[in-house]
Design a protein around this ligand. Structure first.
Ligand code: BGC
Length: 765
C-alpha cells in the first residue's frame, strides 16, 4: 500500500512538472466572454442547479409518457436543475415524442433560469433510444471490422439522429479496455487493445462532434467519453467492483483512448463508477484534475455516472454522508452530478459552498465548464431548433449498418463446409436463432435490450436464412424464458431439434447469450450455458455437420464443444442487419473479413490478452524442475478466416536505426492469392526485445483494411512515430529505451535498433 501511495505522488509530481501540453480544445474568446457574463448574474442556488443532472422519470406524469407540469415547476422552476437524462417509461420513444418533451423542458428552463437545460441520452450503437432511428452493430463489432470508417459512419448517424430529436448530447463512445472477458460490458467498447480502442474511439468522437468543438452545429452532438478510467477490469469480473491496475498500465494502456479523445476535442467525460487501486474514481483528484484538467489543459465537463456520488458513502464508505460525498467528488474534479432521482443534491451543493467545504472558486470553475458546454452547443441561441433532417432513418444509414455487420462477423473455423451449398437442407436451431433481441444486445430500445418488441420488421437469423436458401427448417431446441432473468433457459426442445437434424444435411446452431446490460449481466461462469452445450453435443451426435454461430456480448467458453463443429462464426452483436449479413456470408455471396478484437479464451483459469508479458509463455527449463508456462487460448486476438487467401511479401522499414524523434515508414505487399475477392485487415505489431520492465510480447501499432480482387496486390504503408514504441516505466515516465525492436506483419518481421534512450513526462511527445 505504501508503495502505491509513493507511486501516486510521483505521478502527481510528474504531472505538475510536465511542460503544459497544448490545450485539448482551443479556447474561443466569444464563448469565454459569454460564460463570464452569464456567471456574473447567477445566484448560488442557480449555480448549484447547473451542476445537477436528473433522470426524466422525476418529471413523468401518471401515464409515464408525458411531463407533469407540477413536477417541472419543482425540478426546473424551484431547484433550477441544469440537465436531464434518460428516456420516459424506461423505453425508447419516437423522434417526435422526444423532441416535444425536450421543447417543454427548454421552454421552462429559459423562462425561469434563462439558461438552457442540456439533455443527454445513452446512444450507444446509433440512436439506441429512438424507436425510429438507425442502429449499427455494437462497438465490439465495429472493432472487429478493423475499419475506422464504420466508427465514423456510426458516430455521424448517431449525432445526426439524436440532434433531430432535439437532444445535443450523447453518452458515447465507450472506450473501456475489455481485458477481462467475464465483465458484462465487454461488447460496449472496442475490445482489449489500447490502440484499436484509441483509433476507433477518436474516429467516433470526431464524427459525433464534427469539425469544431467550440461551435457544434445542428447535425452534431457533444460526446461523453466513458468511463474514465480503468472500469473494464474489475478483479472479480463483476460490474462496478474494484479494479487493481498497475500504475504504469493505467497510464500507458487505459489512459490511451481517453487521451486520444481529449486531444480530439471531447467536450465531456463520464467517470468510472468503481474504484481503481482503492480509490473510487469519482474521488480521485489525481486522475480527474491532475491527469486531465491540469496536464491536458482540458476545459470540458466531468459528469458522474449513475448515482455515483451517493456510492461514495452508501457503497464505497469513503464518505460519511451525502454532503461529504458531494464535496469530495466536486473537489476531486466532478463538474456535474448525475444524481438521478434526488433534486436535493442541489441543496447539498449549496450547503457545501456555504460551509466552505467547496470553495467559491471550484464552484465557479465547475459552473463555467457547464455553461461553456451549453454555449459550445449553441443552446443559448437555440435551446430548440427548426432544422430539417432529411437523412433521419435513411436507407444510407441502413446500408452502412449492413456493411458494418458484414465486415464484423468473424469466421473462426471452417473445415470446408462453408459456404453452404445452395440446395442444402438446413436446420436452424438454438436459442439465438430467432431473436432480434439477441442480435442487438443491451442499449437497444431499452437499457437491457428489447429489440423484438420494437423492430419486428428486421430479419432474425432463421428468417434471413429462409430468404436466402430454399430448404430451411427451424426447431429451437433451447429457448430463453420470456419475461424471466436473461439467463433462464428452457431445454425441453432438445429432443425435437435432434429429430429435425436427422432430416437435414447441415445444422446451423445459434448459441450465445440473451441480451443484458451492466450489473444485471454479471455471471458466475464464463462457460456457455450447460443447456446450450448439451444441445450442440446432442446435435453433433446425429453425425450431421454442425455450423456453430456465436451471438454473444463476450466470449463464452466453448473449448469442449468446438471440436464438434465443422465451422464456427462469431457474429457478436451485429444489430438489425446482422442476420442478413450472416446469410450473405454463409452463402458465399459475400466474403468474411472480420477479425477478433479480443483474445477468445479456452480455459477459465487462462483469461489472457494478446499483449501478455514475455514471461507468461516459456519453454520448459533444463534440469529436474519443469518451470514452464503455456499460453493456450481458443483463438488469438486478430484471428479471422476468409474464403480467399492472402500472402504477405516485402516488409520494408525505412530505417534500421532510429531515435524517438523519427517517424518510421513501414510497408508491406499484400496479395490475394485465392480465387475470390476479399478484404484483409493488415495488422502491424512491435516487440521491444529487452526493456527495463518485463516487456509485452507484442503490441499492435497500426491497422489498415484493404480490398483485393483475386490476384491483386496492394502495398500498405504505415507511418509509425518511433515514440509510439515507448512504454511507461516503473517511475511513471514514458521511456523509449536503447536496444532492439522487432516489427511484424502478416508472418514477416524486421529487426531495428533504437540508438538512444529517451525519457519524458507528458503522454506522447
Ligand atoms: C451507465 C452509463 C450510462 C449511465 C446513464 C450508468 O448506469 O454505467 O454507461 O451512461 O448509466 O444512463
Amino acid at each position: 500500500m505504501k508503495k502505491v501511495l509513493i507511486f501516486l505522488s510521483a505521478a502527481l509530481l510528474a504531472a505538475a512538472c510536465a511542460p503544459k501540453a497544448p490545450r485539448a480544445i482551443p479556447s474561443d474568446k466569444a464563448v469565454e466572454a459569454k460564460v463570464e457574463k452569464v456567471l456574473e448574474g447567477m445566484t448560488l442556488e442557480e449555480k448549484a442547479g447547473q451542476l445537477v443532472q436528473l433522470t426524466i422519470s422525476v418529471l413523468e406524469d401518471g401515464t409515464r409518457e408525458a411531463i407533469d407540469p407540477a413536477k417541472l415547476e419543482i425540478i426546473i422552476g424551484q431547484y433550477k436543475v441544469g440537465s436531464i437524462l434518460n428516456v420516459m417509461h424506461d423505453a425508447a420513444h419516437s423522434r417526435e415524442h422526444t423532441a416535444a418533451m425536450v421543447r417543454q423542458i427548454q421552454e421552462k428552463s429559459m423562462e425561469v433560469i434563462g439558461i438552457p437545460c442540456i439533455y443527454g441520452l445513452d446512444m450507444i450503437h446509433g440512436a439506441s433510444y429512438l424507436t425510429d432511428g438507425s442502429l449499427y452493430p455494437q462497438e465490439i463489432n465495429l472493432a472487429a471490422t478493423f475499419n475506422r470508417d464504420y466508427a465514423r459512419m456510426m458516430g455521424r448517424a448517431m449525432a445526426y439522429e439524436t440532434r433531430a430529436a432535439q437532444v445535443p448530447w450523447v453518452f458515447s463512445p465507450v472506450m473501456d479496455l475489455g481485458r477481462d472477458p467475464r465483465w458484462p460490458r465487454i461488447w460496449e467498447s472496442f475490445g482489449e487493445d489500447p490502440y484499436v480502442q484509441s483509433e476507433m474511439a477518436r474516429a467516433e468522437t470526431e464524427a459525433i462532434q464534427g469539425e469544431d468543438p467550440n461551435h457544434i452545429d445542428l447535425e452534431h452532438c457533444a460526446v461523453s467519453i466513458k468511463h474514465f478510467i480503468g472500469y473494464g477490469v474489475p478483479v472479480s469480473g463483476k460490474d462496478r467492483t474494484p479494479a487493481i491496475i498497475a500504475q504504469n498500465d493505467l497510464r500507458e494502456k487505459f489512459f490511451a483512448p481517453f487521451l486520444a479523445c481529449f486531444r480530439a476535442g471531447a467536450l465531456t467525460a463520464m467517470v468510472n463508477s468503481a474504484s481503481v487501486n482503492g480509490i473510487p474514481t469519482h474521488a480521485n483528484a489525481i486522475l480527474l484534475s491532475g491527469w486531465v484538467k491540469e496536464e491536458l489543459g482540458w476545459d470540458g465537463v466531468f459528469v458522474t455516472d449513475w448515482a455515483d456520488i451517493d456510492n461514495l458513502f452508501k457503497r464505497d464508505h469513503v464518505a460519511a454522508d451525502k454532503r461529504e460525498a458531494v464535496a469530495m467528488g466536486i473537489n476531486a474534479g466532478i463538474d456535474m452530478i448525475m444524481d438521478p432521482y434526488d433534486p436535493e443534491c442541489v441543496t447539498a451543493i449549496v450547503d457545501c459552498v456555504k460551509d466552505g467545504r467547496i470553495s467559491q472558486e471550484r464552484l465557479d470553475d465547475a459552473v463555467r465548464r457547464v455553461l461553456r458546454l451549453k454555449l459550445r452547443l449553441g443552446l443559448f441561441d437555440k435551446p430548440v431548433w427548426d432544422y430539417s433532417y432529411p437523412e433521419f432513418g435513411s436507407e444510407q444509414f441502413a446500408q452502412e449498418s449492413y456493411a458494418a455487420a458484414l465486415e464484423s462477423e468473424v469466421l473462426l473455423k471452417n473445415d470446408g463446409i462453408l459456404p453452404l451449398k445452395e440446395d442444402a437442407r438446413i436446420l436452424v436451431t438454438g436459442p439465438n436463432a430467432n431473436s432480434m433481441r439477441t442480435l442487438n444486445g443491451g442499449w437497444s430500445y431499452r437499457w437491457q435490450g428489447d429489440a423484438d418488441a420494437f423492430v419486428p420488421q428486421y430479419n432474425t437469423i432463421v428468417e434471413a436464412l429462409q430468404r436466402r436458401f430454399k430448404q430451411v427448417s427451424y426447431e429451437p431446441g433451447v429457448t430463453y424464458v420470456a419475461g424471466a432473468d436473461w439467463q433462464a433457459e428452457d431445454a425441453s426442445g432438445i429432443g425435437k431439434a435432434v429429430a429435425a437434424a436427422r432430416k437435414a444435411d447441415v445444422v446451423v446452431v445459434c448459441v450465445g447469450e440473451n441480451s443484458y446490460c451492466e450489473t444485471p449481466g454479471n455471471i458466475n461462469d464464463l462457460n456457455l450455458s450447460r443447456n446450450q452445450k448439451r444441445l450442440v453435443t446432442a446435435l453433433s451426435g446425429t453425425g450431421k455437420p454442425v455450423v456453430l454461430i456465436l451471438n454473444e456480448g463476450r466470449p463464452r467458453l466453448i473449448g469442449d464443444i468446438e471440436p464438434l463443429a465443422a465451422a464456427v462464426v462469431d457474429v457478436m452483436l451485429p444489430s438489425n442487419f446482422g442476420a442478413d449479413a450472416l446469410a450473405a456470408l454463409l452463402s458465399g455471396d459475400e466474403n468474411f473479413s472480420g477479425r477478433l478484437p479480443f483474445t477468445y479464451p479456452k480455459h477459465i483459469n487462462a483469461l489472457h490478452t494478446y499483449d501478455y508479458k514475455v514471461s507468461e509463455h516459456r519453454e520448459t527449463m533444463n534440469g529436474s524442475y519443469n518451470y514452464d508456462a503455456v499460453m493456450d487460448v481458443q483463438w488469438p486476438f486478430g484471428h479471422g478466416l476468409s474464403y480467399t487467401q492472402f500472402a504477405y511479401k516485402n516488409l520494408v522499414v525505412s530505417a534500421e536505426n532510429f531515435t524517438a524523434a523519427d517517424i518510421l515508414k513501414v510497408s508491406v505487399d499484400v496479395t490475394n492469392t485465392g480465387s475470390r475477392a476479399g478484404k484483409e485487415a493488415v495488422l502491424l505489431y512491435s516487440s521491444d526485445l529487452v526493456a527495463s520492465l518485463v516487456p509485452d510480447v507484442k503490441r499492435l501499432r497500426g491497422f489498415e483494411k484493404i480490398a483485393l480482387a483475386p490476384g491483386e496486390t496492394k502495398t500498405v504503408t504505415f507511418e509509425l512515430p518511433a515514440c509510439d514504441l515507448a512504454f511507461v516505466g516503473a517511475d511513471g515516465h514514458w521511456r523509449l529505451e536503447q536496444g532492439d525492436f522487432r516489427l511484424s506483419c502478416g508472418g514477416l518481421s524486421a529487426l531495428l535498433t533504437c540508438t538512444e534512450t529517451k525519457v519524458w513526462d507528458t503522454p506522447n511527445i
